[in-house]
Structures are given as C-alpha cells and as structure tokens.
Design a protein around this ligand. Sequence first.
Ligand SMILES: NC(=O)C1=CN([C@@H]2O[C@H](COP(=O)(O)OP(=O)(O)OC[C@H]3O[C@@H](n4cnc5c(N)ncnc54)[C@H](O)[C@@H]3O)[C@@H](O)[C@H]2O)C=CC1
Ligand SMILES: O=C(O)/C=C\C(=O)CC(=O)O
Length: 353
Amino acid sequence: MINFTYTALPSRVVFGAGKLASVAEEVRAIGASRALVLCTPQQTKQAEQVAALLGDCSAGIHDGAEMHVPIESARKAREIARALGADCAVAVGGGSTIGLGKAIALDSGLPIIAVPTTYAGSEMTPVYGITENGIKTTGKDERVVPKSVIYDPELTYSLPLGMSLVSGMNAIAHAAEGLYAKDGNPVMSLIAEEGIRALAAGLPALRAGAQDAEARAQCLYGAWLCSSVLGHVGMALHHKLCHTLGGSFNLPHAETHSIVLPHSLAYNSPAAPDAMARIARAIGAKDGPKGLHALAQQLGVPMALRDLGVVESDLDRACDIALSNPYWNPRPIEAMPLRAVLQRAWEGSAPQP
Ligand SMILES: NC(=O)C1=CN([C@@H]2O[C@H](COP(=O)(O)OP(=O)(O)OC[C@H]3O[C@@H](n4cnc5c(N)ncnc54)[C@H](O)[C@@H]3O)[C@@H](O)[C@H]2O)C=CC1
Ligand SMILES: O=C(O)/C=C\C(=O)CC(=O)O
C-alpha cells in the first residue's frame, strides 16, 4: 500500500561544467551582495578563483575550514564574516567546508551558497555537525540548508582519484539507506535509484580516466541526487556504524563508508527486499550488497577496516557503542549478528545477511 508524507526542502541547483562562472549571479539571486569565500588550506587556489569571479561581490577568503567543524573554527569564521561585512558565505569544498558554512548559518543566519568539490553530500541537507570538547554533535535545522548550490564538475578534477572513488561510495550509502528509510517516499526512492545508477556507471569510468569530463559529470550528478536523499529521509544502521567507527577510532569518513556499506546492507537485506532489488537493478547486479562489494573491488578502494588501522580487539567496543542509542533500522539490531558484520568489514570478506 502506498502511504507516505513528503516535505520537500527548498533548493536551487545550478549544474554544469563551467557553471562556477555564475557565482556572482547566484549571490545576487539569493539577495546578497558581499560574500566571504570559505575553504580549507588545501583549496585556496579554488577559493581565489571564486573570489576573482565574484569581483566586487567578494568580501575576502577565509581558509580555516577543518574536518568535523571544531566550534572554535566556526566562531572565528563568524567573527571574520562580521568584520568583513559579509552578507553571505560561499563554501567551496567538501563536507568539512560546507559544514563550516552551516555552523555559521546556524548561529548567525548568514545564508550560504555551496560549491561542492567532493561527492560527500552535505550541500542538500539540513544536517549540521559541530565538534566541542572532542565530541561531535549533529542536528537538523532548515536554516543551514544552502540557498543555492553550484555543481561544477570541473572543480572535481583536482580531487585525487582514490578520494573521488571512496567519496562516490559514501554518496551511494545515502541513497541505499534512503531506499529503506522509515520516512521514505516514492519520490526519494526514484531519486535514490537514479543516484546509485549514475555513480555505479560513473565511478568505473572515473577509475579508467580521472579527467574524463563525462565521468566527472555523471559522478557529480549522482552525488547531487544522493545528497538530496540524505537531506529528505532518515538514515539507519549503516550511517550509525560509520559515525561510531569514525568518531571512536578517528577513521577517514569516506573510506569507512565504502568499506562498511556492503556489510551493513547485507545485514538489512532480509528486512528490506524491495530496497535491495532496487539497488541491484541500479548497479546491474543480481544482489545489491554483493554487487556493491564487487564494485568496490573493481574500483580498487580499501576493502577492510584493518587496512585503516582498526585492531581486531576494538570491534567489541565498536559493537557496544553502535548498540547504544541506535538509529531506527528495518531489521532489529542484535549484538551477535552486528558483531559478525563488524568482523566481516574488518576482514574485508564477502558480505552476508
Ligand atoms: N552534514 C551533512 O549533511 C554531511 C556532512 N558530512 C561531513 O563532511 C565531512 C567529510 O567531507 P568530505 O567531502 O568527504 O571531506 P572533506 O571536506 O574533509 O575534504 C577532504 C580533503 O579533500 C580536500 N578536497 C576537497 N575537494 C577537493 C578537490 N576538488 N580538489 C582537491 N582537494 C579537495 C579538502 O580540502 C580536504 O583537505 C565529514 O566530517 C562528514 O561528517 C558529510 C556528508 C553529509
Ligand atoms: O556527521 C555529519 O556531519 C553529518 C552527516 C554525515 O556525515 C553523513 C555521512 O555519514 O556521510
């Protein structure tokens, strides 16, 4: 029986190679006139390019974005925005930089334009994360949703191939879990399936040629769709496991998603057959979790948590943390099968229900 409630988030998306050139137009389109450009120290060249395109609309560049948005970095950025008289921020980068923009927006209401340069997918969501005293708190607030998002595949050419591939798997994770979300709906399921399809086609093409314009466009298009799913419906076991592992053992975000995904989906497969069928169809495989495991192997990305430095004796603790305060999940989360999921993800063995 079809039965759902769907609230669409407001979004304005400008997509295409070379579309960064419209950044000043986007500033005006959201009713602003003076933008602070945010980036990490690694992306100052791209930020300078944005500032040059902004011309008179540029208030300056702040290259203080950091992983997991320490609260001090958010306070400092907000002060700089105020001192420079900025009436909006343009966040050029991945989830960390867009996260900094969101932290400023949450506190001050300063509108953000996002220019994503990875496939992580923060740009279409009301989710923010801020780290204080070593603890990352996440929440949802519509004030942090970027007012406009410019997806320009040309900005992703500089993302190293390995990071591109795991970032794409991170994006697929949002869509895959969206297909069995408690608050899922037919629109998001269509978007999720198309997002997985685009990335499952684009990532192998990217591996074959990291500067392939069509592959870069496919992957960024898929990332947009997957980000939209993340923004509209709730995530489950897979995201909980990745946040537990990432936060407790300081693991790299996208690699952790990429390794865990086939195993967490296999755990959920008996409880979510329709979602698994849609994932399988999107990637052209017989089985969703096994097909994603094969895709990761084909891409040559890390396959085992032990390759990220996790020691086997940490798995019991990871399991306990994941069991505490769990997210809603289509299959009840039980200790022994969950511990087996972690074991297989640690070894990099084949996924099993
Ligand atoms: N709030 C939300 O809805 C979401 C938040 N996130 C958060 O985002 C963070 C991860 O974001 P990611 O994008 O994976 O990594 P990231 O933003 O930390 O970037 C990783 C590194 O790659 C560099 N980089 C990014 N794009 C580049 C490019 N095109 N060329 C060269 N270097 C580039 C960055 O400057 C940085 O040094 C996590 O903290 C995660 O929790 C991720 C997804 C959704
Ligand atoms: O932790 C956050 O900042 C919020 C959401 C995500 O990171 C989503 C994800 O796990 O990719």
